[in-house]
Design a binder for this molecule. Sequence first.
Ligand SMILES: [Zn+2]
Length: 361
Amino acid sequence: MENQEKLRVPISDWILISFYVIIYPLAFCTTLVLFLFTFNDKTSQLIGLNAIMIIFLIINLFLYQIVFRKLNEYAKKVDFYHFTPSLADLLIHLIKQVYYVVFLGFLFTFVQNFLTNLPTTTLTGYLGVSIVISLLFEGILVVIRMRRKIALIQTAQEPVKDTIIQELYENFPESRTISEYRFADIQIPTLFLSAGVTTFGKNNYICLVSRYFNWKLTDEELIAVLLHEVGHIKNHHIRKAYLIIGTEVILRSLRIFIIIIMLLVISGHLETLKFDLYSILFLGLIFNAFLSSAFLNFVHRYRIFLAEIWADEYSARGVGATEVAKILRKLPQLIPSPLVYDQSSFLGFRVNLLRNLAKKH
Ligand SMILES: [Zn+2]
């Protein structure tokens, strides 16, 4: 009866979300504002912002290069190139960023008209406003995500059979890092596709598995699915995802800042862009903010692909690549979902990789 009790999002999960998504970007942005406040001259302020953005760009490029190389290695193994980034992808990402800015620009123009006159303040003030807008926006997203997570956890009343958990814990000691394995009403699209690990703290992870798996998988197959989730924990995938969200909050603040400055220039509150140091620095900042955002987007997308591949490999080490491939192959029939299995789908890529792995052993 004990494990029938309702699950709750542990405090540790709230702490981690607050840390990565609110506190880390807030600390970073406060430093930026303090920096602008200390250096009162507009040119030095822009030089400083550019310098910080260049560091950001280098970090994002470095991460991008890592995920690109790794994903490319996997693609080469099975001649599967649908998921490797190309220059065209980068262009599309940049165009998306520009669209996003134009959209926000319209939104701000609307607000600006509403206020009739934007108050004239310093660059520091505008940066502060941009950070507040970005954080508020993320705050709303956090609330939506957490509400969904809580709702999902509340459907997880039915634990995975004790015999399966015992077998899992005995044969794969690392699976003990997850304290609860439960079936939940995972609907698509939602937080997870079919199974997922949520909420964590030290040895306080909760693994939620689609209720369909209870009916449609054998015990061995279910263990393979659970091991895939353990693989996500072992590779710190949740923490990395939060870190990327936090970084995006910072970059978004800068994009909003750029939009506000541009609107001020357009509305004549600030001097128009000329061919001088100030304008060049400002254009540099725009270029850098968009390029960094585009690369971070890439890192995020390809990191998700790699996370699934690595979790599959982890599970394959435990139960064999053939077994994991078999489950993935029939996944679209197991759960009602838009998942497809064909030669160009991500599922197809994962199955090919696992079959390739099986051949080697
Ligand atoms: Zn996964």
